[in-house]
Design a protein. Structure first.
Length: 223
């Protein structure tokens, strides 16, 4: 079964839903890795619930820090679930796989935006709100998330792994274009460049502060 699908953020693609027999060993490895990752994420979530409750209990007002905490925590939970739906759910049709196309990329990029915003805000605070540091981080952040959105949304296409004659199967999302710089690899490279910039700025100011006792530690608590 071959279906032509059109997407606003990329070229028309063909979804091929024919029975195939992928390597069983590669499927087993991917399955075990995902199960282990979900187990670790679930365990981490459960053991930190008491701390989360105490945080809410002690919080007097809603702050930007609390909002960012809730976003990064629960976006990660939703992402872990949705990113595994396509892999484990075996009854996708070509059309439902196409509808699933942008769900995981949008959630993943939103989570990355929140995570990078948290790093930028903390580093800005460590610099004692230096104006030029704030401008540098802001420009780097906007450039990074812009490129990441392009990588997540362009040249996406659904790939079904079907092992039944009905044409139903698992739905995987691929990002590939042989002649384009916009790819998953370049997206992660740009993200690492942003992280390195944040790390260098934070390290510079932490060394500059020469943290040695409570007097300088108290400055960090005020951040």
């Amino acid at each position: 079964m071959i279906i032509k699908l059109s997407f606003p953020m990329g070229p028309d693609v063909l979804v091929i839903a024919t029975p195939i027999s992928p390597s069983q060993s590669s499927i087993n490895v991917a399955t075990y890795v995902r199960i282990v990752a979900m187990s670790i994420a679930g365990y981490d979530y459960l053991i930190t619930l008491p701390f989360e409750y105490q945080l809410y209990k002690l919080t007097r007002r809603v702050s930007s820090g609390l909002i960012l905490f809730i976003l990064i925590r629960y976006l990660s939970v939703v992402l872990v679930i949705t990113s595994n739906v396509g892999f484990f759910y075996p009854h996708f049709t070509p059309q439902s796989c196409a509808n699933y196309l942008y769900v995981n990329p949008v959630l993943r990029e939103t989570q990355m935006m929140v995570s990078q915003a948290i790093l930028g805000i903390l580093t800005y605070g460590i610099s004692l709100r230096n104006v030029w540091v704030g401008r540098t981080i802001s420009l780097a952040y906007l450039a990074t998330i812009g490129f990441q959105w392009a990588c997540y949304l362009l040249y996406r296409y659904p790939e079904m792994i079907s092992t039944s004659a009905s044409g139903q199967g698992n739905c995987l999302i691929e990002n590939s274009h042989p002649k384009s710089f916009i790819s998953a690899g370049s997206m992660y490279l740009v993200a690492m460049m942003y992280d390195c910039l944040i790390l260098l700025i934070a390290t510079h100011y932490l060394l500059k502060m020469k943290i040695a006792g409570m007097s300088t530690t108290s400055k960090l608590w005020k951040v």
